[in-house]
Each structure stands twice: as structure tokens, then as C-alpha cells.
Design a protein around this ligand. Structure first.
Ligand code: NAD
Ligand code: GDU
Length: 345
């Protein structure tokens, strides 16, 4: 497209946000990042990208960034993402995900930033019955994380009805994998996501993987999820932004998944195939609040955007996730080596 306004990526030092920054740069968009580095990493943002270390709820900071960068759109990834933590600390989650998103939307409206793309989640659907999930499936979250995201969806819809702003609500299914060029990946400490956990086990960073539940009503009894490669996900963000710019006054709500489910055991088998090893599986009781099967119906995103996933294949997701684990280990080792040499000097 001809006009590419500067994009502010909130949470751009995190897992998905850092991939979005690369996708935008690769496609020629001017980018800036705001991130408080609570779970993100400064190294994940290229040094050429203007970086503001700060809080997405700080309206004065946002106003300054918008003015300095001439921001024309926001991709809002900043937030707290661990479902069990949201149960233990609901008010913290409503603060970081809902209250601070309200501040961001208010700052955007005040400054006349016309487009916001928002990271929502399949967790807003709760525990839907079997069958693929469409955007019209009732949203009944079962934890504060899901509610905190659903409330932000609602605020965006109401703000768009009252102000000259349009939004793209993207509801992610299970995001996994890493940049195929290994420029970034998931670096989260103590990660709980299955593909990440399995890759850590396969590379010797964990002793085993707990399999939460083997008695679900699924083909092999373990949970089934729709895993989407992070690079395909961020490609959908760039296309959604183009659609918002090209179609004034029209907002979007889209599920982001491939429409195909894999079980927990199928994921572990795929990692074993990729490494030639054997991850130790420990069969455990179900994890509280886990639905049996969560698979998207991708019809709407395919009809709305010219989205052609490049990595819709579990083997590729696992390959890139493993590649990132190795690169990250090398980077860590090099960092430790530098520190050792530095302290010996
Ligand atoms: N990972 C998934 O499977 C998944 C699924 C659905 C939705 N999402 C959503 O995608 C977004 C990104 O998730 P992720 O997996 O990359 O998580 P992440 O923790 O790696 O990234 C979040 C980033 O936001 C930053 N941040 C958090 N609170 C902030 C604040 N108040 N101000 C400024 N920066 C702040 C963190 O430092 C971090 O860099 C989140 O909104 C999450 O809810 C993720
Ligand atoms: O060590 C593990 C980790 C996970 N699982 C199982 O693997 C499946 C996937 O679990 P994840 O923790 O990787 O992901 P969730 O499906 O629980 O949740 C993720 O996907 C959701 C959408 O489907 C939301 O977006 C949510 O924010 C995000 O964390 C589940 O059946 C879970 O029980 C294991 O057996 N062992």
C-alpha cells in the first residue's frame, strides 16, 4: 500500500510484539515501541527502532510518543498473559489489561490516532462445546484473564461508535514457533505454553513434560489445540492494519487460527521427530479450567484478509521453536562468556 503511517507497538519487547515489529519493518512501516520490560527483553527490539521504556497506562507518555513519532496506528500487545496468575491476582490483571488499555484508547482518541489493533484471545470464548469456534460463538470467559480481554474488546467497540477510530480485534488461538530467521522468539522465563515447554525439555532445560489430562473426550484423550505460527499471526496483523486504513469506518473482529487441532501427545511426538530424541512424558490429572478442545473456524479471516499462512504445519512450528531455543542458548553462553572475560580483566 502507498501510505504507511508510523505504528506504535505496545509490548514490542515481548514474544509476539517483537515478531510484529520485525514484520512491520520487513514490510516498510515506520515503527516505535513502548514496553515496561516487565516480561519483555530489550534485546528483542532492533536497536534502530525508537524504544520508550514505560507504562502503556501512562497517558502523558503516550501523548509524547504520538507527538514525537507522528503515530498513525497502534498495535497493542502489552499485557499480562498467564491465566492461573489472573485467578490469583484478578485486580492486577484488570489493572494491566483493562484499565491500562482504557488509558491507551483514551490517549489515542485524544490525539486522533485513528486505528488500534488489539491482541485478544480464544480465552474469551471460555469452554465452548465441541466443534470449530466462529467469531459469533458466545463469549463466556472462565477466568479473569479472559474477562480482562473481553472488557477491552467492549471498550474498543464502544469507543469506535462514539469517536473517529476503528479497531481490529484479533482473537489468537495457541501461538507458537519463532521467527524463521531466528531473529527473535519466545524468551519468557518459566513459560507454561506447551510448545515452548516441550522444546525446553527437548533441549535439556527441563527434565520432562507434564501431560495435563489423558481422559478428555478427544481421539487420544489429551487436550486438543489450534496452534498458529507466530509469523503467520503477525502477518495477519499487518494485513488487518492495511484493511483498516483502506476501508475507512470499518472495524474487524477475527479469529486467528488455522482451523486444525493437534493433541498434546501429537505435539510431543512432533518435537521428538524433530530432534530424534524422546521427551519424558508424565501423565497427570487435568489442569483446572482447561477445555478439551479449542479449534478455530478460520472462514472469516480467510474471507476478509488476503491472508495466506506460510507455516501452517506443526512440523515447521516445532522446527522454528527448537531453532530459537538453540540460538537463545548460544546468545546466553556468549553473554556469560563476555561477562566472565570482563570480570577477569
Ligand atoms: N502467547 C499467546 O499464546 C497469546 C494468546 C492470546 C493472546 N495473547 C496476547 O498477546 C499479547 C502478547 O503476548 P505475549 O505472549 O507476547 O506476552 P509477553 O509477556 O511476551 O509480552 C507482553 C509484553 O508487554 C509488556 N508489558 C506488559 N505490561 C505492560 C505495561 N503495562 N506497559 C508496557 N508494557 C507492558 C511486557 O514487558 C512484554 O514485553 C498479550 O496481550 C496476550 O494477552 C497471547
Ligand atoms: O506443560 C504443559 C503445558 C500445557 N499442556 C496442555 O497443552 C494444552 C495447551 O496448553 P497451553 O498452556 O499451551 O495453552 P492454553 O490452551 O491453556 O492457552 C493458550 O491459548 C489460549 C487460546 O486457546 C489463550 O490464548 C491463552 O492465553 C493461551 O495461554 C492444554 O491442553 C494443556 O493442558 C500440558 O499438557 N502440559
Amino acid at each position: 500500500m502507498d501510505s504507511k503511517p508510523p505504528v506504535l507497538v505496545t509490548g514490542g519487547a515481548g514474544y509476539i510484539g517483537s515478531h510484529a515489529v520485525l514484520a512491520l519493518l520487513d514490510a516498510g512501516w515506520p515503527v516505535a515501541v513502548v514496553d515496561d520490560l516487565s516480561t519483555g527483553f530489550r534485546f528483542a527490539v532492533p536497536p534502530t527502532v525508537p524504544f520508550y521504556r514505560g507504562d502503556v497506562g501512562d497517558e502523558a507518555l503516550l501523548a509524547r510518543i504520538f507527538a514525537e513519532q507522528g503515530t498513525g496506528a497502534i498495535m497493542h500487545f502489552a499485557g499480562s498473559v498467564v491465566v492461573p496468575d489472573s485467578v490469583a491476582d484478578p485486580l492486577g490483571y484488570y489493572d494491566n489489561n483493562t484499565v491500562k488499555s482504557r488509558a491507551l484508547i483514551a490517549a489515542a482518541v485524544r490525539a486522533g490516532v485513528p486505528h488500534v489493533i488489539f491482541s485478544s484471545t480464544a480465552a474469551t470464548y471460555g469452554t465452548p462445546g465441541g466443534g470449530p469456534i466462529t467469531e459469533d460463538t458466545p463469549q463466556q470467559p472462565i477466568n479473569p484473564y479472559g474477562w480482562s480481554k473481553l472488557m477491552t474488546e467492549r471498550m474498543l467497540a464502544d469507543a469506535a461508535a462514539a469517536h473517529p477510530i476503528t479497531y481490529g480485534v484479533l482473537r489468537y488461538f495457541n501461538v507458537a514457533g519463532a521467527d524463521p530467521q531466528a531473529r527473535t522468539g519466545q524468551s519468557t522465563a518459566g513459560a507454561t505454553h506447551l510448545v515452548k515447554v516441550a522444546c525446553e525439555a527437548a533441549t535439556g532445560q527441563r527434565s520432562h513434560v507434564d501431560v495435563y489430562g489423558t481422559d478428555y473426550d478427544t481421539p487420544d484423550g489429551t487436550g486438543v489445540r489450534d496452534f498458529i505460527h507466530v509469523s503467520d499471526l503477525v502477518a495477519a496483523h499487518v494485513l488487518a492494519l492495511e484493511a483498516l486504513i483502506e476501508r475507512p469506518g470499518r472495524s474487524l473482529t477475527l479469529n486467528c487460527g488455522y482451523g486444525r487441532g493437534f493433541s498434546v501427545l501429537e505435539v510431543l511426538d512432533a518435537v521428538d521427530r524433530a530432534t530424534g530424541g524422546r521427551i519424558e512424558r508424565r501423565l497427570c490429572p487435568r489442569r483446572a479450567g482447561d477445555p478439551a478442545s479449542v479449534v478455530s473456524d478460520p472462514a472469516r479471516i480467510r474471507a476478509t484478509l488476503p491472508w495466506r499462512p506460510q507455516y501452517a504445519d506443526l512440523e515447521q512450528i516445532v522446527f522454528h521453536a527448537l531453532q530459537w531455543e538453540r540460538v537463545r542458548a548460544e546468545l546466553q553462553q556468549a553473554g556469560e562468556e563476555r561477562r566472565r572475560v570482563g570480570s577477569a580483566a
